[in-house]
Design a protein. Structure first.
Length: 177
């Protein structure tokens, strides 16, 4: 993914996102034989995720690849690593060109799913919950998107909020009380 041509980088990110599914066992749990791959993949994807002066397609593909990485390998990532990804996603919500993709990424993480799993006939049911501590502090940014006049943005925001509240109800309830 270290290439000057954005098309090559975009393809690398797309392949990386798809590759995450190969790290899973048939029952949807992470195959620990591949643990050594996680940090190099995380570093490579995060490097592209943090860049601002790159092609729009690369930005969007880095969001999806990092969402796939967090969804598949969350047990192997530290809370700090996950929070770095979430922070970038939240910052991408403020940019008109990346907000839909950031919402899709947050939804994938909240559902603990990957883009490839969603297209399967029978998606894997993974019950582990990604550690999204502090996500409730980002709720105002998500709720603010509901006030925008774009219908598709409102629908994507509602889908993301629904996924977050269904999966992380206890975290939100504890912080509201």
């Amino acid at each position: 993914m270290n290439h000057d041509y954005s098309r090559v980088v975009g393809t690398g990110l797309s392949v990386t996102g798809s590759f995450m599914n190969t790290l899973l066992n048939k029952d949807g749990t992470f195959n620990t034989q591949h643990k050594a791959l996680i940090n190099p993949l995380y570093d490579a994807v995060l490097q592209k995720l943090n860049k601002h002066d790159i092609d729009q397609e690369v930005k969007q593909l880095s969001i999806i690849a990092s969402a796939d990485l967090v969804s598949c390998c969350n047990a192997q990532l530290t809370a700090d690593q996950i929070n770095k990804v979430i922070q970038v996603f939240v910052s991408r919500l403020t940019h008109e060109l990346t907000r839909d993709t950031a919402l899709k990424g947050l939804t994938l993480i909240a559902l603990n799913d990957t883009t490839d799993n969603r297209s399967r006939q029978q998606p894997l049911q993974r019950h582990e919950v990604v550690n999204l501590q502090g996500m409730n502090q980002h709720l105002p940014a998500l709720l603010d998107l509901l006030n925008k006049s774009q219908r598709q943005l409102q629908l994507n925001t509602l889908e993301c909020l629904e996924a977050l509240t269904r999966r992380y109800y206890a975290q939100f309830k504890a912080n509201v009380a």
